[in-house]
Design a protein. Structure first.
Length: 212
């Protein structure tokens, strides 16, 4: 990543136009595209894109701007994007084992592991793991940054008390005109029920959820 760049970008269909300041992320990677617009920008522009019709519409001061895509150009970009892929991944299937593997063991196996050997360093009562391949100066610099921002790390659900609803809040979109339908109760085994019970209790203890 090279950094950020804010540019005044004009969207026009030859008749109507709209100009906005858009912040771009500059990266040094091979790509067939010059610019990629993300969801935050599309939401801010209130743009509606249709891949089927190869068009994008967005409102302006007097009406709407309709941007049409060139099918030949889109096909060329797609073919060029396939040429830039340098990695080849082989996917193989393994015969199912007769022995049943516990879900906890599967989750443990899929966890990412640090590359190379690590050493443990205690920072203000908390233990962190740093790579042994780092030099002493780099280790000291990382330790200083972690110690300065130690309050940004969470060690358990108790470190995340009640959150302001203006910052984060989940809501169910429900239509009051639609008759509610009760779903069939799902059945879990004893081990799974115990896990659900513990996680629910943990979330309720920090007021992340509440009983209604």
């Amino acid at each position: 990543m090279r950094g950020h760049l804010e540019l005044r970008t004009t969207f026009t269909d030859g008749v109507a136009s709209r100009t906005e300041n858009i912040r771009y992320l500059v990266v040094n990677v091979p790509s067939a595209y010059n610019i990629l617009l993300g969801r935050p920008t599309l939401n801010r522009l209130r743009a509606v894109a249709s891949t089927r019709h190869m068009k994008m519409k967005l409102p302006d001061l007097g009406g709407k701007v309709t941007i049409k895509s060139d099918q030949k150009e889109a096909k060329r970009c797609y073919e060029n994007s396939l040429k830039t892929k340098i990695g080849v991944f082989m996917v193989t299937t393994r015969a199912p084992s007769e022995e049943r593997i516990a879900p906890a063991e599967i989750a443990q196996e899929r966890r990412p592991e640090p590359a190379g050997e690590v050493l443990e360093r205690e920072i203000k009562g908390k233990t962190f793991k740093l790579g042994k391949s780092l030099g002493q100066a780099a280790q000291d610099q990382i330790t200083e940054v972690i110690a300065r921002h130690l309050d940004a790390f969470t060690w358990s659900a108790l470190d995340m008390p009640e959150k302001d609803p203006d910052f984060l809040c989940y809501r169910l979109i429900m239509d009051p005109k639609v008759r509610p339908v009760r779903q069939r109760r799902r059945k879990f085994n004893e081990e799974r029920r115990q896990v659900i019970k513990e996680k629910t209790k943990k979330l309720m203890s920090v007021s992340h959820i509440r009983k209604i």
